[in-house]
Unconditional design. Structure first.
Length: 219
């Protein structure tokens, strides 16, 4: 089943209620029905901040500390997260489009009903996180760490996995068949509970053999 197309800002049910962003990003801040467009937030402590029915477009977060931040019914387009801490953050009903995350610490984060479209992940730490009903659509995941994470109803249609780590992850109803490349650096044994295609099985055969300690020789 094809993934639904990403929504435009005007399609959001709360679009007409959005107010332009004013003020600073702050710790424990409560941001409801705001639209941030073209803003840059750098070296800011916004731990435990809350964002509800809000939209971000062309926004950059650099070196921000957003531990335990909460995003509820939030839309993001062309957002860049660079060297930002999102550990133990909570994401519910979030849509992220054409965005990039690089050097992000998001261990222990909880993502529920989240869709990433055309996003790039580079060296993102999602260790021990929980992902439920999450879709990575046409994304690039390079050096992403899911070690110890719980993945339930997660899909990767059109996505490329490069050097992804799944060590000790727990999977249920994870569908990898739509991924265009499965570059798994660690944790092939954690794919129990995932579904792959026959072609992907052949692609992963060397990884499975190494995990099982099997030596393959043709001479």
């Amino acid at each position: 089943m094809p993934a639904p197309a990403p929504r435009e800002l005007a399609d959001l049910p709360y679009a007409r209620h959005l107010e332009p962003w004013h003020g600073a990003l702050r710790r424990d801040g409560d941001h409801d029905s705001v639209r941030a467009d073209g803003h840059t937030f750098a070296d800011t402590d916004a731990g435990s901040a809350r964002f509800t029915e809000s939209a971000f477009s062309s926004v950059t977060f650099t070196g921000c500390r957003m531990r335990r931040a909460r995003f509820n019914d939030v839309w993001m387009h062309t957002v860049r997260w660079v060297g930002t801490e999102l550990a133990e953050s909570d994401w519910l009903d979030v849509e992220v489009i054409a965005s990039a995350l690089a050097g992000v610490e998001a261990f222990g984060a909880e993502l529920r009903r989240v869709a990433f479209h055309n996003c790039k992940f580079d060296s993102v730490n999602l260790r021990t996180g929980t992902l439920r009903d999450v879709a990575f659509v046409d994304c690039l995941l390079r050096d992403v760490d899911f070690a110890g994470a719980t993945l339930h109803d997660v899909t990767f249609p059109g996505s490329t996995l490069d050097g992804v780590r799944f060590g000790k992850a727990r999977m249920r109803s994870v569908d990898l068949r739509g991924a265009v490349a499965l570059g798994i650096a660690d944790g092939a044994d954690a794919l129990r509970g995932a579904t792959i295609s026959g072609g992907q099985l052949l692609e992963l055969a060397p990884v499975f053999a190494q995990t099982l300690g099997v030596t393959v020789r043709d001479d």
